[in-house]
Design a protein around this ligand. Sequence first.
Ligand code: ZN
Length: 268
Amino acid sequence: MLQRLRAWHRQRLLRRHGIAPGPWSAALRAFPLAGELSSGEQRQLWEVASLFLHRKAVEGGGGLEVTPEMAISVAIQAALPLLHLDPHYLDGWHAVIIHPGTFVARHEEVDEAGVEHITERELAGEAWDRGPLVLAWEDARPDHPGADEGNVVIHEIAHKIDASNGVANGFPPLRRGMDPQAWTAAFEAAWAHLEAADEAGHPDLDPYALTDPAEFFAVACEYFFVLPDQLETAYPALYDQLREFFAQDPLSRRVLGHHPGHRGDQRR
Ligand SMILES: [Zn+2]
């Protein structure tokens, strides 16, 4: 009964707030990863993106005026990892803030001795555990030059999914039936492998992943959706865990003979 009520509510929201066909087609064309989906999955992507925009306010920062096209573009990229996940993974935060370019993130931390440290870093994306998701449009636009090597929206949404049980630590609430030990084993083995490969001077994933377990998860998610062949080749057990978690298999969607670029940029 509850499930039927939820489905009815969802359909009613979509009738009222669904993204219009014209802007949706344009967003689909601009985001090649969505073009790999079946028509059924594209319909599902439209539902998830529409509900994303209904639930989250997309606002401009640093003087940027957010157009509906920009909001839809962020929503379609965010919707890809969320495609088959429960909507609860998006609970606990309300806003996406888009800056025109990279922005300076200012963090205040008090160390064990009680001394306050202020750090400022220039970022293209940032996700606060219970706060907004912040993006630089120049990096988040689907046609930006590094789009075949990574995706800052997917990266930051991965942090949000990870933090949906309180804090981003590389261990999101797993789908029912998944084995937490298998998850941990795959990530720990991958971490050790990447660390050794990085020390030897030939990392097979962006070594930024080694910042902490949360970054490892977010970077792995980017590879999973953008460069799945690279992730599956180097870390098959990790790929399997992510395939089970997201209930998607991006590698199987790739047409034969498609050789995406290798990643060389930095992510936050
Ligand atoms: Zn990150």
